[in-house]
Design a binder for this molecule. Sequence first.
Ligand code: PHE
Length: 455
Amino acid sequence: MSEVSSLKREVFTSKFGVIAAAAGSAVGLGNIWKFPYITGVYGGAAFLFVYLGFIVLIGLPVMLSEFIIGRKSGSNIFGAYKSLAPNSPWKLVGLLGLAAAGMILAFYGVVAGWSIDYVVKACSGSFMEKNPTELSLMFTNFIQAPFTPVIYQLLFMILTMAIVGVGIKDGIEKYAKILMPLLVVLIIVLDIRAITLDGAGEGLKFLFHPDFSKLTAEGVLSALGHAFFSLSLGMGTLVTYGAYIDSSNNLAKTAVQVTVADTLIAILAGVAIFPAVFAFGIEPSSGPGLVFITLPNVFQQMPGGFFFSILFFLLLTVAALTSSISILEVVVAYFKEELKIQRKLATIISTVIISIIGIFCSLSMGILEEHKLFDLNFFDLLDWVSANMLLPLGGLFISLFVGWYLGKDKVKEELSKGSVVVKYLLSVFIFLIRYVAPVAIAIVFLNGIGIINFA
Ligand code: PHE
């Protein structure tokens, strides 16, 4: 028992710390890099509205479920299932989460590394006086080069390691409390710049004026998949953070606040990007290159573009960092609690393993491009397997675990800590987590692995 309590000593020390850390996890490349481009690809506002529906009906209940599992067990993702469902196969779900964490951080670190490189490029004015073809070439040449992207990826992983290695209170919580407000300020500055551009209205209309005829089945499914990715759900990140939340915290309220923060930042990112894209007559649906190719083009035409381009890529890097620490913590908590390895060593070991996988991801853009599995290079394979398979599957198990295995009474008991449970809200939550979430997730999952095909 004494050993267990000494392992559980680490907790977030304030309510703001909990929100900053959890929102820091949720707000990341998913909001600023991925959300705008998939919204562009799937037709704008109609996609946004479906996404919002999924956030409320599925994302929020699954997030609350992860917090419940985490705080109730006080454990890492593997230990949580082990202690709440002893002698059962549920702990395998924990292993699934660990695998997802390793894979996601491997490719996440690569994109975050690009983002650091673009801060440097922005500072040295590399975007200026280049035409769109040159900017596109600059990006592809960069990601295909063997060394530079790897160096930046490793730099990013070292930053992540340095924060996680220090622990919860003086590492993750402390940096989240500094970096999240910085991020909010950066994005608001960029928003003001974007909406004061001539012709910004078109971009805002694209984002907020829905045309449901543009919505495809594939778009609907991507909206659900992205809701998971963006809220950091399905692999135990928020189970792990939940274990560091003390019993005076109102979990339902925290889940609502984090969900609102993540969604607002995604919308603010859209508001920063689409008006600028439209004002300069650029295609909104230009895919993953939107941020790295299209935006530099926008910046170089925009008054004050030099300054705003630095701010933007700084924002992207900061957002990525507060997410990557949450992913690394999933693995570190497991090493620490299950394998009884000291935090610092656990952090180093997991960073080294994940960075090595990440190097292969980075190289798969260039010199290892030819090596493909299911027609995907290594980077795309990890992205595909984790986002289309592991996160939805993890989310499905989480909702089944809380809705059916733990059940209403245990859920109520956990939610009563730090708050008064409103009866009808509890019933709504149980209904969503028992029926709505599993069915919807199952549909996404089956589509993701191609068993059923909507598009
Ligand atoms: N939510 C993060 C983002 O939007 C990514 C993430 C996914 C983090 C899964 C943790 C777990 O960038």
